[in-house]
Write a protein that binds this ligand. Structure first.
Ligand SMILES: [Zn+2]
Length: 712
């Protein structure tokens, strides 16, 4: 029975009151995405799967079907979009008609919608606390939230504080007379508060070669707007905007117009030089490229133009057996730049980076410049109102306090059980997928199955709140606290927490994501899949709708995360979470050929006239392709259920973006644009052709021999 279908979502929207959508949406989710990408180094997902959902009335709306046989939509809708040509547009036509990006928005999708909703709920808590006139015990979440909000929103105090405790560090950079003094100033800033610019940035993370231990990773330099923009000729206007922004920040800091202009010129030259020796975004996801253990002596040979001993002492990470250098070529380049004739340029570069890092926490002049720059980069034409900015910042600085409150209000053990059951189904199906791969040896299959069997599953929230929650204390304005001083406390907490881990065994029960995060991820080093409480919501999950809809919703996301264990990066880790190639040479060759076909396939798609980067999006595409196979296989030959699941999956990824934000995504995001994620994946899925009447001339049609995927 080909055809019928797409029971659709077309009517469903009226039932689901978008929460004022475009006002609520966006910037938060965008920033989440940014943070995620900046911090992520493996396979963890981030930008992509986020969720949550609720209608304005507090109930859960469900996606209802519209029966096409009863005079509803046929396969051709009013605008003439046919599902055979563009499944994503067809399914999402109604919702996309409802969504109109406001002037304060760059992007809309369910993840941003739900993030905004969660954030609003948390803001209500903050508002109640600021108005209730009560005193709360020192150290309680209530005290911290209330007093921090006061620090954030007290612009007079912020303007007066300026750079606060960071002023002496800034002075040390500005006053440095030699490269040694300059590097020393950077190392103390990084060691005390974790800010880094050119050299001295580090991070303490699980050792990829032995995931039960922690190791020191020497991080790359801050490349400002990023290599991808700098080297993309189509992005020139954004680079120009960024250079103007550097000029404005230096002027705000007190440079004369001539000094600022000279500073911009020097910074641009350094930046282009560094970017030319910097790994591409896709290389950063390759552990074979970024895992380079050095002894202290070897580090000294890498950085011949600085005193490594002194630097490591100032960073408080002296005495380690190894230091893992993530971008060796960039480190060599930076070493070559650490010479006296570049001193002024280096100082200006680091000055700008520090101002940029703390702009939003400092005086309003800096904060506004930074906000305007971000808005221009993403195509947002109007600033958020101040209260919304303050509310979000308060939440960002107290993630676990808000997390505990979120769980108290929202988490359901019943939902957790339902999702656990679904995870069981998906892991079983994955075992079948692995076992039917003719190109894998029995030994490799056994190891893959072992990896599935030992995969750790985290749903909801941690059993124990992280130590950082109580370590973070807030000093109110009335006791001399400021936004900067409290923000610096949070930075110190992160450093103390990190340093205390060195030499200690890794506790794999810890959580990185907060429960209110609208996201999910796979961690190769913990061999775990993680679903924070907030993802268990409509439209991804609902306890009272049929299983097919949940399989297309949260099920697809779960299967995507499981697939990451076997994507081009995750497959390089064994079941213990160690970077350890467990494939034969033959299998690696076959894997590489399959990935090549996936890269070529996605390179052939474009969004808003910009070609998708098949290499950058490879891991995510492998995960999507594996997920659709898995979900379709679980459903089997129930055509109606397949229709529901595919439609739900397309609906999950409904999104609107400004042209600027799309440019940002295509440059930086490891996920393909949402529309491509839907259409490209379904066009490669055999089950899709079995239930729909797709002809060779249709837009969705891909010949069987051209369909791609590894886990099929
Ligand atoms: Zn992913």
């Amino acid at each position: 029975m080909k055809k019928k279908i797409i029971a659709l979502f077309l009517a469903a929207l009226t039932a689901f009151q978008l929460t004022g959508c475009t006002q609520l949406i966006t910037k938060q989710a965008m920033e989440n995405r940014l943070d995620a990408e900046n911090s992520d180094e493996g396979t963890a997902d981030k930008g992509m799967e986020e969720s949550g959902g609720q209608d304005a009335a507090g109930g859960k709306a469900d996606v209802s079907k519209q029966d096409t046989a009863d005079g509803g939509n046929t396969e051709e809708d009013l605008d003439g979009v046919r599902y055979q040509d563009d499944y994503y547009e067809y399914v999402n036509e109604n919702i996309l008609n409802e969504i109109e990006l406001g002037a304060t928005d760059a992007h809309w999708d369910w993840f941003s919608e739900l993030s905004a909703y969660v954030s609003e709920e948390m803001s209500d808590i903050t508002r109640d606390l600021t108005k209730d006139g009560k005193d709360y015990p020192k150290g309680s979440s209530e005290q911290k939230i209330k007093d921090l909000y006061e620090c954030v929103s007290n612009i007079e105090s912020r303007n007066k504080t300026g750079l606060g405790e960071l002023q002496p560090y800034m002075d040390a950079i500005r006053d440095a007379r030699t490269i040694d003094e300059y590097v020393d100033a950077l190392a103390r800033l990084s060691g005390d508060y974790g800010f880094s610019s050119i050299v001295g940035g580090y991070s303490i993370m699980q050792d990829r070669a032995d995931s039960s231990k922690y190791a020191v990773y020497m991080m790359y330099a801050d490349t400002l707007i990023g290599k991808e923009y700098i080297e993309n000729s189509a992005a020139g206007e954004y680079v120009d905007l960024y250079l103007d922004y550097i000029n404005d920040m230096l002027t705000e800091f007190g440079f004369s117009s001539d000094e600022a202009a000279a500073g911009v010129e020097e910074i641009e030259a350094l930046l282009r030089d560094i970017c030319a020796s910097t790994l591409s975004a896709e290389q950063l996801y390759d552990p074979a490229v970024t895992y380079n253990p050095y002894t202290k002596e070897q580090l000294g040979q890498l950085y011949t133009n600085l005193n490594v001993d002194n630097m490591l002492k100032a960073l408080k990470i002296d005495g380690q057996d190894k230091y893992i250098v993530m971008d060796v070529e960039q480190a060599k380049k930076i070493n070559s730049l650490l010479v006296e004739e570049n001193l002024q340029a280096l100082k200006d570069y680091s000055t700008f980076v520090l101002l940029n890092d703390i702009a939003e926490y400092s005086a309003q002049g800096y904060a506004r410049l930074k906000e305007d720059m971000d808005n221009a980069l993403y195509g947002i034409t109007q600033r958020w109102d101040d209260e919304r900015v303050y509310m979000n910042m308060t939440q960002d600085l107290l993630p676990w306090d808000f997390g505990e409150i979120y769980v108290e209000r929202h988490f359901s053990e019943k939902d957790k059980e339902n999702v656990e059951e679904m995870i069981g189904l998906i892991l079983d199906e994955y075992e079948d997928i692995i076992m039917r791969q003719g190109w894998l040896s029995d030994a490799t299959k056994q190891k893959a199955v072992k990896k599935l069997e030992t995969m750790q599953i985290k749903i909801g929230y941690p059993d124990e709140w992280p130590a950082a929650k109580d370590m973070m204390q807030v000093v109110p304005v009335s006791e001399g606290g400021s936004l900067i001083s409290n923000m610096l406390t949070s930075m110190q907490v992160a450093i103390d927490d990190s340093l205390s881990r060195l030499g200690e065994p890794v506790d794999k029960s810890e959580w990185e994501a907060t429960p209110q995060t609208i996201n999910a991820y796979y961690s190769p080093q913990n061999n775990e899949i993680v679903f924070p409480a907030a993802i268990l919501q409509y439209p991804f999950y609902s306890g009272d709708r049929d299983e097919a809809a949940n399989l297309g919703g949260i099920g697809y996301i779960i299967a995507h995360e499981v697939s990451h264990a076997f994507d081009s990066s995750g497959s390089l880790y064994d079941e213990y979470g160690n970077y350890n190639i467990w494939w034969t040479d033959e299998e690696q060759k076959e894997y590489a050929e399959l990935t090549k076909s996936i890269i070529d396939y996605y390179d052939g798609y474009e969004m808003m006239g910009i070609a998708v980067n098949g290499e950058l999006t490879l891991m995510e595409n492998i995960a999507d392709l594996g997920a659709v196979t898995c979900i379709a296989a679980i459903i089997g030959d129930d055509e109606e259920a397949l229709d529901t699941a595919f439609g739900q999956m397309a609906y999950n990824w409904a999104s609107e973006d400004t042209a600027s934000y799309m440019m940002y995504l295509i440059n930086m995001d490891t996920h393909a644009p949402n529309k491509i994620r839907v259409n490209a994946v379904l066009s490669s899925c055999d089950a899709f052709y079995e239930i729909y009447d797709i002809d060779e001339d249709d837009g969705m049609y891909v010949a069987p021999e051209d369909r791609v995927g590894i886990w099929r």
